[in-house]
Design a protein around this ligand. Structure first.
Ligand SMILES: Cc1cc2nc3c(=O)[nH]c(=O)nc-3n(C[C@H](O)[C@H](O)[C@H](O)COP(=O)(O)OP(=O)(O)OC[C@H]3O[C@@H](n4cnc5c(N)ncnc54)[C@H](O)[C@@H]3O)c2cc1C
Length: 427
């Protein structure tokens, strides 16, 4: 399928096109999916001397990787508190440090492309919608001291001087974070991997995977075969009918994004902060100014319905006005949706599923640093240069519940919305 219509596709960089697989080939490693997880793994495996083939069903970064909010920050879809409870403080700290490597990798990689890319902005501020006293101060201190984060608490006055709404109270600012054009990063990474020798094929869905006596054979929809020693599955929420154990463990969850027409003067009445912004509700809003601060890119809501509602632009437009009534003249130019792949534990599925078949997927709604991380770790594992991927081994591929799981997630979302609503009103 071609790219969806989005702000990102309309502002994408030009690189030489990728072709469709036409012929049978061999490679040391075949990667399924050219999102950021697959592309990072491909680049690093090639840099380490492996021959790599990437099969992409659609286009480079066609899935979540080319549609997301563009926030690159440390951490995972699961909160660090929950990871700590599950695995203990030291293990949680090791994982958080890996997540920081992921953030740094994105910054370094984009600066090192043949045509270097820059972040669209720096820092990220997470804000609360009810007064939490000195919680943010304590959180910043704890995260900085123990986890080596680079956070600073913001008072309600500081938040409201940057975000002109009475809805928000205190904030937590992350100075390690950046925000980027994710589709251009994916395209730059694919081009970089290709220059190192990776064979990347678009419009080439893998429809069959068979075990051979010495390796594996993947077949594409056009009937071409790839024989390889190892396979890495990076199809996230878009993988179907190829490896049921992974598909059953990854729950597709949709979220929506809109982008306004250029309207800098109007936007300045509401937002003067140039970093990324989100609220701390369980399924909250996330947004930033893009296109030299002329447009607002706003994301929010989650649902297990795979198709986007007809009135998506209107729906998110109302969400924007509920926070910033002064933006009542706002006009939406683009509206799109994308699927995130979530496991029940909200952590990536990284590991060897059976000898020679790896998964590096399911990064949920916090994938820009974690795809970089798991792409690197799976490459290290296949090259035998480290077994750091084992830090993720407590997070196994558990069945996400199929249709029942989707219904459960939708109901959990409604329950979370109700809880957020209640908390805001009871403070
Ligand atoms: C709207 C939205 C907003 C988000 N905002 C943020 C954010 O601001 N910050 C953040 O950190 N994260 C965010 N995320 C999450 C982040 O985008 C994802 O976690 C990450 O991009 C997942 O990358 P991936 O490579 O694992 O999967 P994807 O990018 O989804 O790529 C999977 C690819 O596999 C291909 N594929 C599937 N099956 C096959 C097959 N059989 N054969 C060949 N190819 C196949 C698909 O076509 C697809 O291109 C957001 C996600 C969405 C949807």
């Amino acid at each position: 399928m071609p790219y969806i219509d989005s702000f990102y596709t309309d502002t994408q960089i030009k690189i030489a096109p990728f072709s469709t697989l036409k012929g049978h080939i061999q490679a040391d490693v075949c990667i399924v999916g050219a999102g950021l997880a697959g592309l990072t793994a491909a680049r690093e495996l090639n840099a380490g001397g492996k021959s790599v083939c990437v099969l992409e069903a659609n286009e480079i970064g066609w899935g979540a990787s080319g549609r997301n909010g563009g926030f690159v920050s440390d951490g995972f879809a699961e909160g660090i508190g929950a990871i700590e409870q599950e695995l203990g403080r030291e293990h949680a700290k090791s994982l958080f440090q890996l997540s920081q490597e992921g953030t740094q990798y994105v910054k370094d990689r984009m600066a090192g492309f043949a045509v270097p890319q820059k972040p669209m902005g720096h820092n990220w501020m997470s804000v609360v919608r009810h007064d939490v006293g000195d919680t943010m101060l304590r959180k910043a201190a704890q995260m900085n001291e123990f986890y080596g984060a680079n956070y600073e608490a913001r008072s309600t006055e500081e938040v409201r001087s940057l975000l002109r709404t009475n809805v928000y109270h205190q904030g937590l600012e992350d100075f390690n974070a950046v925000h980027i054009h994710p589709l251009n990063y994916a395209l730059g990474l694919a081009d970089d991997a290709r220059k190192l020798g990776a064979h990347i094929f678009v419009n080439s869905p893998a429809i069959d995977l068979q075990k051979l006596t010495n390796g594996f054979e993947l077949t594409t929809k056009n009937g071409y075969r790839i024989q390889c020693g190892q396979v890495v599955l990076c199809g996230s929420a878009y993988l179907h009918n190829l490896y049921p154990r992974i598909e059953g463990a990854v729950l597709p969850v949709a979220t929506y994004v809109v982008t306004t027409k250029p309207m800098r003067t109007l936007l300045e009445r509401a937002i003067t902060y140039r970093g990324a912004i989100s609220d701390t509700r369980r399924a909250g809003d996330y947004y930033r100014l893009v296109d030299a601060s002329q447009r607002l890119l706003w994301g929010g809501r989650i649902t297990t319905q795979k198709s986007a509602p007809k009135e998506l632009a209107k729906l998110l437009g109302e969400d924007i006005k509920a926070i910033y009534p002064q933006l009542d003249q706002i006009e939406i130019e683009y509206a799109w949706s994308g699927l995130m792949g979530y496991c029940v534990h909200k952590m990536p599925l990284l590991g060897e599923l059976e000898p020679g078949i790896w998964s590096a997927t399911a990064t949920g709604g916090h994938g820009l640093n974690t795809t970089a991380l798991i792409g690197n770790l799976v490459a290290e594992a296949i090259m035998g240069s480290s077994d750091r991927y084992r830090l993720f081994s407590p997070y196994k591929a558990r069945w996400s519940g199929g249709l029942v799981g989707r219904m459960g997630t939708q109901m959990a979302y409604w329950a979370m919305q109700a809880q957020d609503w209640w908390e805001e009103r009871s403070h």
